[in-house]
Design a protein around this ligand. Structure first.
Ligand code: NAD
Length: 283
């Protein structure tokens, strides 16, 4: 049986990435951070997703050291913040991120949000950083079709991952298809809808049938949709629960039932507005 630990996707650049990862947004308690990462690693998580904006790259660096495992045994993603976009700023900021993470390279470097000002310069820096070995793969986050098509007008190489808000209330089917058609792996952030959608009767009903939790049903839906996903939890029991989704399967009917609760409802920012404002906006 495939488990979280040996479940990898192959990116268009040939690198392998775990399909299921662990998000560390809002894990800001330095005292418990290392224990949380150790719990996740023991449960089989190998991908850890941070960002310059989360302010916890140094905590993650310390936690990774404490694992005492080979560098090849984990996959690290970080993201360049809007305020660090631009050619030289992006490069300088990633060197600082690597210092905080105590790493020579990250596995995946993402542009956190599309912004119109330094749109192309930032990507040129990403292509350069990949050549220099600061990252194995380059990708984007919160890019819609228009952003990707615009990027393609000047890019030498295209992103291999697009990390998007995606959960049963925002299923992003057209965007996932577009990304698939362009050899870009979609990675769901807020895959659990930040915990706000567990009460959906359809999820409860399917969960009862499989004797699983609503969280496990949602994560299994992402898994069977073939995309990558990075749930977050600070609790040992939930971290374990979220990894225990490889011993059952949803039927095509159940997958369709979950698809049917899509409301196109965004919990967070609208990428188009971030692009226009050149920054994340109060919401
Ligand atoms: P999520 O959908 O992963 O939800 C996390 C919340 O769900 C937890 O805080 C907890 O309240 C609840 N939860 C988790 N497991 C549970 C369980 N088994 N039972 C009950 N409740 C449970 O939301 P998220 O943290 O926003 O997203 C995941 C990761 O995505 C982040 O940690 C971060 O790494 C990344 N992210 C990226 C962006 C971006 O712009 N690229 C934006 C936000 C988050």
């Amino acid at each position: 049986m495939t488990t979280i630990q040996d479940n990898y996707l192959t990116l268009a650049d040939g690198q392998k990435m775990p399909q299921q990862g662990f998000g560390v947004y809002k894990l800001t308690d330095s005292a418990t951070f290392t224990q949380t990462i150790q719990d996740a690693y023991e449960d089989g998580y190998r991908l850890f997703d941070t960002a310059q904006m989360y302010g916890n790259e140094a905590d993650l660096g310390k936690a990774l050291k404490s694992l005492s495992v080979d560098r090849d045994d984990y996959f690290i993603t970080t993201k360049v913040a809007e305020s660090n976009q631009g050619y030289q700023k992006a490069i300088d900021s990633v060197k600082e991120s690597l210092q905080k993470l105590q790493l020579d390279y990250v596995n995946l470097l993402l542009v956190h949000w599309p912004i119109n000002g330094p749109f192309f310069e930032t990507w040129r820096a990403f292509e350069e950083m990949k050549k220099e070995g600061l990252t194995k793969s380059i990708g984007v986050s919160n890019y819609g079709m228009v952003h990707l098509q615009y990027l393609a007008t000047q890019a030498s190489e295209m992103p291999v991952v697009d990390q998007l808000e995606c959960h049963p209330w925002l299923s992003e089917k057209p965007m996932i298809k577009f990304n698939n058609d362009h050899h870009i792996v979609t990675q769901a952030w807020a895959p659990l809808g930040r915990g706000r959608i567990f009460e959906e009767p359809i999820l409860q009903e399917i969960a009862n049938k499989h004797v699983k939790s609503a969280a496990q049903i949602i994560l299994r839906w992402h898994l069977q949709n073939g995309i990558s996903f990075i749930p977050k939890s600070a609790h040992a029991q939930r971290i374990k629960e979220n990894a225990a989704i490889y011993d059952f399967a949803l039927t095509p009917e159940e997958m369709a039932q979950i698809d049917s609760i899509n409301k196109n409802l965004r919990i967070s920012q609208e990428p188009e507005l971030v692009y226009e404002f050149n920054q994340q906006y109060p919401h």
